[in-house]
Design a protein. Sequence first.
Length: 133
Amino acid sequence: MLDRTFAALADPTRRALLARLSSQHDLTVSELARPFAMSLPAVMKHLDVLSDAGLVTRTKTGRSVACRLTAGPMEDAMQWLSRYQCFWSEQLAQLAAYVEDNSWQKDPLSRSNAGSTRRPRKSTPRGRNRRTS
């Protein structure tokens, strides 16, 4: 189910549709489509993807179809992401501690603290050749 959730959230139009539904509950398809520069069938296809992912439910009343945000799949995605947030937070904290530790700057054998020296040439200068003799 996470695959469908992340695939649905990958598209900016679908994220915008979800944002509208999070601020205004039970919008009709026409109301949802109004601010977008696309056809109603195109919006319907985006809503199909969101529905398949379980992020949106649709209810039909007469000729009108109302859409509502469903938070369950996003909660599952947030739980999955939070595990990796903890991992990366720990890794970045360790990196920050390493960078802030000045002991690596005091190492006399460190190449970065040694004076710069000129590299030796890879070959000797050209000698005389037959043409210039």
